[in-house]
Design a protein. Structure first.
Length: 263
């Protein structure tokens, strides 16, 4: 079994109702919030004479980065690893004639692809919603301007990078605690703490990975001028910290599972 086949088999495992419902629910919530905001207060949501897609994109990235992406990650990883955690499934998985690191990295890759796909699927849905709003309010010229696909893609990829620290921590916790409740409860509580710390405009949030998606880029919802965000070219220092946190906790996960006695 090569790496592609292994990842494909892990993706097949993720094709069960809770994960599909979760992705669909997240997409619905994000689109419903943006659509309702435009319908209820279209005059403030869109400016006449300006590209309406840019403001919609900014609202979308803010909602996704601050309120939706972290709980989505926490619940999805818990649901994905619960497949093996129940009924001692890891014992059966580790009977496959492949190293544990190979199997864990295949599952991690499948989870990353699922998360990224769930975020990317919102791009065409967001564009369709924009054209629907344009049909309802033609004076705001959604059909006159081209949707900023590349900007949307870049924004989603940067949000995904800022989430890597949370992904690494939750992956580790779900392997450490063989159940759904403990990792999910810790993750949701940490998300709330990260949300609170992100509003303080203090550099202490740099030490808390659950706040990274909210401060990595200025979303216009919190003051972040005193946090200590530095532009390092393609990434900010916060996104770099997220990558480092991800690598550290994935390394911990691999070491822990390699040494685990499953007899």
């Amino acid at each position: 079994m090569n790496i592609i086949q292994s990842i494909h088999s892990e993706l097949i495992k993720l094709k069960y109702a809770p994960i599909y419902w979760l992705i669909g629910f997240i997409c619905f919530c994000c689109l419903a919030i943006i659509f309702t905001a435009h319908i209820v207060d279209i005059n403030n949501a869109v400016s006449l004479g300006a590209n309406p897609w840019h403001k919609m994109m900014h609202v979308y990235t803010g909602i996704m980065a601050i309120f939706i992406s972290s709980p989505f990650i926490i619940l999805l990883i818990g649901a994905a690893l619960y497949i093996e955690n129940q009924s001692r499934g890891w014992k059966q998985v580790y009977t496959i004639p492949k190293s544990r690191r190979y199997l864990l990295l295949s599952k991690l890759t499948a989870i990353l692809l699922t998360i990224l796909s769930g975020m990317l699927v919102l791009i065409p849905l967001l564009v369709v919603m924009g054209y629907i709003i344009g049909m309802m309010f033609p004076e705001y010229e959604f059909s006159y301007y081209a949707p900023p696909f590349l900007e949307l893609l870049k924004s989603i990829l940067l949000i995904f990078i800022s989430l890597l620290g949370i992904i690494g921590i939750q992956f580790f916790l779900c392997l450490k605690f063989k159940g759904f409740l403990v990792p999910a409860s810790f993750g949701i509580l940490a998300f709330i703490c990260g949300l609170i710390l992100s509003t303080t405009n203090k550099s202490i949030v740099l030490l808390f990975p659950y706040g990274y998606p909210m401060i990595a880029r200025d979303q216009g919802m919190f003051k972040v001028d005193k946090v200590g965000i530095e532009d390092l070219g393609p990434f900010t220092n916060v996104e770099l910290y997220s990558i480092i946190t991800f690598l550290i906790f994935i390394l911990f996960s691999l070491i822990m599972e390699t040494r685990k006695n499953i007899n």
